[in-house]
Design a protein around this ligand. Sequence first.
Ligand SMILES: Cc1cc2nc3c(=O)[nH]c(=O)nc-3n(C[C@H](O)[C@H](O)[C@H](O)COP(=O)(O)OP(=O)(O)OC[C@H]3O[C@@H](n4cnc5c(N)ncnc54)[C@H](O)[C@@H]3O)c2cc1C
Length: 338
Amino acid sequence: MLLADHTSLRVGGPAAAAAQATDEAMLVASVQQADEAGTPVLVLGGGSNLLIADSGFPGLVVQAGVRGIHRQDIGDLVFVTAACGEPWDAFVAGCLDAGAHGLEALSGIPGLVGATPIQNVGAYGVEVGSLIATVRVWDRREGVQRDLSPQECAFAYRSSIFKQQPDRWVVLAVTFALARAGRSRIDHDQLAEVLGLAVGDTALPSGVRESVLRLRRSKGMVLEDADRDTWSAGSFFTNPIVSEQVAAGLPAGCPRYLAQGGVKLSAAWLIQAAGIERGFGLNERAQVSGKHALALTNRGGATAEDIVALARAVRGAVRGRFGVTLQPEVRLVGCSLD
Ligand SMILES: Cc1cc2nc3c(=O)[nH]c(=O)nc-3n(C[C@H](O)[C@H](O)[C@H](O)COP(=O)(O)OP(=O)(O)OC[C@H]3O[C@@H](n4cnc5c(N)ncnc54)[C@H](O)[C@@H]3O)c2cc1C
């Protein structure tokens, strides 16, 4: 199995071994057998948040292909459980069609349901952790299946216990607590603007989905084969959270937001202010997206090394200009920016 065929960046060498798990028992058994044999394991969803080395993965790559959706209505809430292999955006659309809302701002994010708790995916003012009731996992360390509460998942900005301990957890299914019908609150300035509303106003969930998809397409943030600006892993770096002292030393025009643990900066702003323009590249194969400064893209024929070299150049420019070190949001497998 060539991993470049299974990642949205379209890079990555071969997997030493591969398995496709279409039910929970199969997924757990493949991981358990590999663990007992001391074989490294990589759980693969849609491959949209991975940068895998050109040398590939020296172990078992298990594709989490378990499908199934179950709904239970309790009071005003709709609890929807989706197996890890359900495609995320189709799941979001299906929930809206079934009159369960809350996920609409997360429309258009590529990948599968099982990966959404890993980095607590977020967009347009909503983080998935705020809508999760439980995550059913296989705990590889303890050899047991467990249902984790959101508190146990330790959701934070682009982080969770799953991201902190990448070799411990297999997400089997996720249960979301959604609202029955009603309107969605708009918590993002750009989204409010395209809807002609103010932050804090409400809108029809279907209208929010349409506007989010339109906004995302304009930034190359919806996967489209024909658009090389989308041959990426989305935002390559997280927005850095720095101390107030560091934030105070940055130029007046630098956007800053109060966040847990300090002041959150815009990585895209820092990159552009450090002189890295959209379309910047060290060669023709790997370039910053023409639509979004935070996305590193494969223009055709790029290797993982090309993407790593580009990421180092972007990170070096920001560090040189502002003294802030950008951290990758993407999971790097077998390669490093250091
Ligand atoms: C164009 C584009 C736009 C994007 N926009 C956003 C955005 O707006 N917001 C955002 O947060 N992200 C965004 N992303 C990143 C990415 O889509 C999300 O992180 C997504 O949830 C990854 O899903 P996946 O199934 O592709 O995961 P993969 O890339 O296959 O895996 C990502 C990580 O999760 C682990 N993993 C996957 N499934 C499981 C499982 N069942 N159990 C345990 N571990 C698992 C993998 O081992 C890996 O470490 C974007 C990416 C692209 C390409």
